[in-house]
Design a protein around this ligand. Structure first.
Ligand code: XAN
Ligand code: ZN
Length: 464
C-alpha cells in the first residue's frame, strides 16, 4: 500500500447519477469514483459498501486518498454546462418588463453592456456571475462579455481564478447599435477580437480552462464584411464561434431586409464561413426546414434557451424536431433575456416549453426528465466540443461534478432551513428522487462543486 501523506487523489463515495443516453439515466446507489491528481477519473467501482471501500482502496493502492462522502439522500451529478449566457447582463436578470427582443436590446441591454467599459463595474458583475453560476452547479459556460477588451479579458481572468471553464466572447457589433456602444470598424472588430484571444493564450496557453470564442452578436449587429472577416478569423484560428439565430419573427424579417442576397438567416452565417461544427447558435426558434437541414449538414450546435424565449415572448423552439433530425442541442440560461442563472431551472423550463409545443403539435414533442438532464450535461458538452472530457462520469474524463444533497423529512426535525426545497420522505424510488430534484431543486441542494478535481464552490453545510 502506498502510505505517503495524502497524494491529491480523492475517492468520491456514495450514490452517483449521470446520463447514459438521451433517454436513460445511469443511477448507481453506492459507488466509488477515484479521481487522480490530474483531476481525471481514474476508476469507477459500483455496488461498494462502507466495508467494501477499504477493498477498493487496496485494489487501486489508494490507501492514502482523501475520501469525500455524499449525504445519505444525495448523489454526485456531472456539472452543468451553460451553452449561452451573457455575463455582462447579469445585473438585469429578471428585468425585462413586457419587452420583446429588439426593443429589449435598446431599452435594457445596450445601456447596461455599455456601462461595463468601467472596469470596476465589470469586476463586480463578473465576480458575482461566475460565483453565482458555480453555486448553481455550472462548471462550464459559453459567455458573452461586451465589446470592451479589458473588461472581456477580466472575465477570462476571473473564470480562471475561480476555476470555472469559460468560453469567453468579446461581443462584435459594428452596425445597428447606439453610438455609445458599437465597434468603430471591421478592422477594429478583428483587432479587438484578436487582442482578447491573445490575452487568453497568455493566461491559459493550452486552454485547459478558458478559451476564446468568436462572437458576432447576431446578423443585424454586423455588416456583411464584418461577418466575412470574422468567418476568416474563425477558420484561421480554429476558435469556436457563437451567435444568435432566428429568435423572434421581427428579427428574422430584419435579417431578410438587411441581407437580401441570402436565402435565409442560416445562409447569412453560412456564406460568411460562420456556420461550422464549432458554431453555437442560440435560440433557433423560427428556423425553416431548409435551415435545419443546413445546420445539421454543417454540424453546428444549438443552444436552447427556454426561459429567455418565454420571457421575451419569442416563441417555442421545436427541440424534439431538432433532436429527431440529429442536431446537437444543449441548454442556455441566456441571462438576462432569461431571468435565471440556473441550468437546473432551464431543464424544467425546457420541459414546460416542450409541453406547450405538445399542446399544438402532439405528445411526441414532450421532453422527459432524462432528456432535459442529458441536454444540461452531455448535450451541453457536445455543444461546446468537450464531450470527451465533461458531461458524464467515465474513466479518463475530468471530474467536473456537483454534490447534490437532499434533505430527508424526519418527524423530530422539522427545520426548513437545511438542505434546500426538496423533501425526500424515504420511500421514493431513485428515479423519483431525481425527478423531485429536477422539478424542485435549487442552489441550496448544491453542497459542493468541482472542476477538474478542484473544489470551486462549497456551501457552509458541506463537510468535505
Ligand atoms: O437573447 C438575446 N440576447 C442578446 O443579448 C441578443 N443580442 C442579439 N440577439 C440577442 N438575443
Ligand atoms: Zn443571448
Amino acid at each position: 500500500m502506498d502510505d505517503a501523506p495524502n497524494s491529491g487523489r480523492t475517492i468520491y463515495y456514495g450514490a452517483f447519477v449521470h446520463c447514459k443516453s438521451l433517454q436513460e439515466l445511469d443511477i448507481c446507489e453506492s459507488g466509488a469514483i477515484g479521481v487522480g491528481e490530474d483531476g481525471k477519473i481514474a476508476f469507477i467501482e459500483r455496488g461498494v459498501s462502507d466495508i467494501g471501500l477499504d477493498g477498493v482502496k487496496q485494489t487501486y493502492d489508494w490507501g492514502n486518498a482523501e475520501e469525500v462522502r455524499v449525504n445519505d439522500e444525495g448523489f454526485f451529478f456531472p456539472g452543468f454546462i451553460d451553452t449561452h449566457i451573457h455575463a455582462s447582463q447579469y445585473p438585469n436578470a429578471g428585468i425585462f418588463g413586457k419587452s420583446t427582443l429588439l426593443d429589449w436590446l435598446n431599452t435594457y441591454t445596450f445601456p447596461l453592456e455599455g456601462s461595463l467599459g468601467d472596469l470596476e463595474r465589470a469586476r463586480l458583475v463578473y465576480d458575482r456571475v461566475v460565483s453565482r453560476t458555480l453555486s448553481n452547479g455550472t462548471t462550464a459556460a459559453a459567455y458573452y462579455a461586451t465589446i470592451h477588451v479589458p473588461a472581456t479579458n477580466l472575465l477570462a481572468d476571473i473564470c480562471l481564478s475561480k476555476g470555472q471553464r469559460g468560453f469567453i466572447g468579446r461581443v462584435c457589433m459594428n452596425s445597428l447599435a447606439p453610438d455609445y456602444y458599437r465597434d468603430a470598424s471591421v478592422d477594429s472588430v478583428i483587432a479587438d477580437t484578436r487582442a482578447t484571444m491573445s490575452h487568453i493564450a497568455d493566461i491559459d496557453p493550452k486552454h485547459d480552462l478558458v478559451a476564446p470564442i468568436i462572437t458576432p452578436r447576431f446578423a443585424p449587429s454586423c455588416t456583411e464584411d464584418c461577418l466575412h472577416a470574422l468567418g476568416a478569423l474563425h477558420k484561421e484560428s480554429g476558435a469556436r464561434c457563437q451567435t444568435h439565430i432566428s429568435e423572434n419573427k421581427p428579427e428574422v424579417a430584419l435579417v431578410c431586409e438587411l441581407f437580401p442576397k441570402s436565402a435565409s438567416y442560416a445562409d447569412v452565417y453560412d456564406s460568411a464561413g460562420l456556420l461550422t461544427a464549432k458554431t453555437i447558435l442560440a435560440h433557433a426558434v423560427h428556423l425553416s426546414d431548409e435551415e435545419k437541414s443546413l445546420i445539421k449538414y454543417r454540424e453546428s450546435k444549438i443552444s436552447h434557451c427556454p426561459a429567455s424565449n418565454t420571457a421575451l415572448t419569442s416563441g417555442c423552439a421545436r427541440v424534439r424536431d431538432m433532436l429527431d433530425r440529429g442536431i446537437t442541442v444543449g441548454l442556455g440560461t441566456d441571462v438576462s433575456g432569461g431571468f435565471s442563472p440556473s441550468i437546473l431551472e432551464m431543464a424544467r423550463q425546457a420541459i414546460w416549453v416542450s409541453r406547450h409545443v405538445a399542446m399544438t403539435e402532439g405528445d411526441q414533442a414532450k421532453l422527459s426528465v432524462e432528456e432535459v438532464l442529458y441536454l444540461a450535461t452531455r448535450g451541453g458538452a457536445k455543444v461546446v466540443g468537450l464531450e470527451d472530457r465533461i458531461g458524464g462520469f467515465e474513466v479518463g474524463m475530468d471530474w467536473d461534478a456537483q454534490m447534490i444533497s437532499l434533505g430527508k423529512v424526519s418527524s423530530d426535525d422539522m427545520n426548513l432551513d437545511t438542505e434546500g426545497p426538496v423533501d425526500v420522505f424515504g420511500w421514493e424510488s431513485w428515479d423519483d428522487k431525481v425527478a423531485k430534484w429536477m422539478f424542485n431543486g435549487n442552489d441550496r441542494n448544491v453542497s459542493a462543486v468541482w472542476v477538474k478535481g478542484r473544489l470551486v464552490h462549497r456551501r457552509k453545510s458541506y463537510k468535505g
